[in-house]
Design a protein around this ligand. Structure first.
Ligand code: AGP
Length: 588
């Protein structure tokens, strides 16, 4: 949450930062702001709203100078208004700070600073401005002042700072929030996501916890937390910015849903040796715990069914935000598998750190190359599905599943056979998809306020994911449950016309799920059946292709993603920017 871009070069910096910042809008759209330095003076503009609206109103790109830093905000502390928008300043407006993260001890710090300093906002970030101010007043350089200031902070931060007192540099540091430096021949970027500047340079340096970078026109200088200069190697990021453009679609989400067959083929291109080694460790571990949040957690759920069914290996799934409460049972013989599209979800990072502290091995399944999670894991598998920009995860979900199918086949010693079968599934994913019919259904259902999703076995995670997609982008309440659980409470909520989506393919779950569908029907529910076969009990049939039964989840998800998308569209909601949400959740 929150996106940051800083640029220093030999050209007007504000247009460069604006262009890069727009690409980071997925990280926050509550407010936006920019600060530049020109002729030794600070200039800034900021306001509530999306970056494009703030630009339209305030012309951020007209800020003068060749040094600029911008920010898009996802609000944590303080309302989403102009006052709380970044940048924030010290008392004399000589130091400007933008921040991604949360300062947990900001109330104590603020209480200690408030007598001496004037606070202008409600945000936690402002304490950092005043701490730097004090250290600079005492004679520290901007770099040293920032290092000393972060020494007093508890929490997570990516901080980018400029000051009119040392006007020829941008200084940045981070802890548990990503910052990536881009090197472009005398021009330098620092940003929350390399995607923002990949149209300019692919050469990057990842800032590790506690490190600081000072960007001047003479180069990027790195310091460790003690303030000693260190050397860091740059690396190339292979992603191209074009992969993250809408390519003619109205929304990223739709583009990403429809490119899933290709994404799945790309996910299948993996180093076989790595998959086999990964599987071997899964097999040998005394305990396997899979941890993730949101959509990625649904993948974990399906993975646990898959490992049990195909390989007889029992795994636990622990929601990453709850991981710490299970830590007592994590030990050296535990293997933790972390799943994260972004590789920077704070709860996942925290869980992984705790697991490592207990001596557990950590494997990760990640999409964003070089992300924090990659760097703290013992091994990582990448999804290779390209950037996912829509806040609602779609193609990353499918590709994460694909990796777990590969691992499950590897556990059975049948990796090659599994890959062949999965390649065949990739060819069938969109078969029988009737988008017009889904649109019509969405128009019919758009005024419903509650949806229920149900399934059994492997398909349960698909139902859960369908419900999550619906609620996050259309704001319709949606609940998922194992079909057999209905009668233990939820059935009381079924009324005449209540929509219930049942994932009911012709697999081992079919007859029992169908019985539960009948129970819904008997109480007046409107049944949307997702199946390869029609049934008279369905009020609406969503047809999926016939498959070998373990693969039904892979073909059942796309129509549910599309249904959620069309319902959001029918209700006039923006699926790429759902309210209160952000793509990367870097706060706990
Ligand atoms: C899904 O549509 C959401 N955007 C959200 O649940 C997401 O899956 C979750 O925040 C985890 O993100 P990650 O995979 O990047 O860790």
């Amino acid at each position: 949450m929150c996106g940051i871009v800083g640029f220093i070069g030999d050209e007007p910096a504000a247009p460069v930062v604006l262009k890069a910042l727009i690409k980071l809008e997925y990280r926050g759209y509550d407010s936006a702001g920019m600060v530049s330095i020109c002729d030794g003076k600070i200039h800034f503009r900021k306001d509530a709203g999306k970056i494009t609206d703030v630009q339209r109103k305030h012309r951020l790109d007209r800020l003068p100078g060749k040094i600029a830093v911008g920010h898009v905000r996802w609000a944590t502390h303080g309302r989403a208004d102009r006052i709380n928008a970044h940048p924030h300043f010290d008392c004399k407006k000589q130091i400007a700070v933008v921040h991604n993260g949360i300062i947990e001890n900001y109330q104590e710090l603020r209480a200690a600073l408030v007598g001496k300093h004037r606070f202008a906002s409600e945000v936690d970030t402002e304490v950092i401005c005043h701490l730097i101010e004090d250290y600079m007043e005492a004679g520290a350089s901007l770099e040293k002042a920032l290092l000393k200031a972060v020494g007093e902070l508890r929490g997570s931060y990516a901080l980018v700072v400029v000051s009119s007192r040392e006007p020829e540099k941008i200084v940045a540091t981070s802890k548990d929030s990503p910052l990536i430096v881009g090197l472009d021949d005398g021009k330098y970027f620092v940003a929350s996501d390399a995607l923002s500047f990949l149209d300019r340079t692919n050469e990057v340096v990842f800032l590790e916890e506690g490190e600081l970078v000072s960007l001047t026109r003479d180069g990027a200088f790195f310091l460790n937390r003690e303030g000693e200069e260190i050397r860091k190697k740059s690396q190339r990021v292979d992603w191209q910015w074009e992969e993250a453009s809408k390519k003619g679609y109205d929304f990223f989400m739709l583009k990403e849903i429809l490119e899933q067959p290709e994404a799945m083929r790309r996910a299948l291109i993996q180093d076989r040796k790595l998959i086999m080694e990964f599987a071997k460790e899964i097999w040998e571990a005394r305990r396997v715990v899979i941890t993730a949040c949101g959509t990625s957690r649904h993948v974990a759920l399906l993975a646990s069914y898959l490992f049990s069914r195909l390989a007889g290996k029992l795994c636990d799934v622990v929601t990453a935000s709850e991981f710490q409460y299970f830590c007592d049972s994590i030990a050296e013989d535990t293997l933790v598998i972390a799943i994260s599209q972004s590789g920077e979800t704070a709860d996942v990072i925290e869980g992984v750190k705790r697991a490592k502290a207990k001596g557990a091995r950590v494997f990760s399944i990640i999409n964003v190359v070089g992300s924090l999670l990659t760097r703290i894991s013992d091994r990582a598998i990448y999804l290779n599905c390209g950037p996912e920009i829509g806040v609602a995860a779609t193609k990353s979900f499918l590709c994460q599943l694909v990796i777990f199918y590969m691992l499950a086949f590897a556990l059975m010693g049948k990796l090659e056979e599994g890959i062949e079968k999965l390649e065949q599934v990739a060819r069938q994913i969109g078969d029988n998809l009737n988008d017009e019919k889904l649109k019509k259904l969405a128009r019919r259902m758009k005024n419903k306020n509650n949806f229920y999703y149900m399934a059994r076995g492997l398909n349960l995670a698909i139902a859960a994911e369908g419900a999550l997609k619906l609620k996050e982008i259309s704001y319709i309440h949606a609940e998922c449950m194992p079909a057999g659980e209905l009668k233990h409470g939820t059935l009381a909520l079924i009324e005449e016309g209540t929509p219930v989506v049942a994932i009911c393919p012709k697999d081992d779950t079919f007859y029992e799920t169908l019985n539960n569908v009948m129970e819904i029907k008997a109480r007046g529910g409107f049944v949307i059946g997702v199946s390869d076969e029609n049934n008279e009990v369905y009020d609406h049939w969503i047809k999926i292709p016939k498959m070998e039964e373990i693969f039904y989840p892979l073909v059942a998800i796309m129509p549910l993603q599309l249904l959620a998308y069309h319902l959001a569209a029918a209700r006039g909601k923006d699926p790429d920017r759902p309210r209160h949400l952000a793509k990367s959740v870097t706060v706990k």
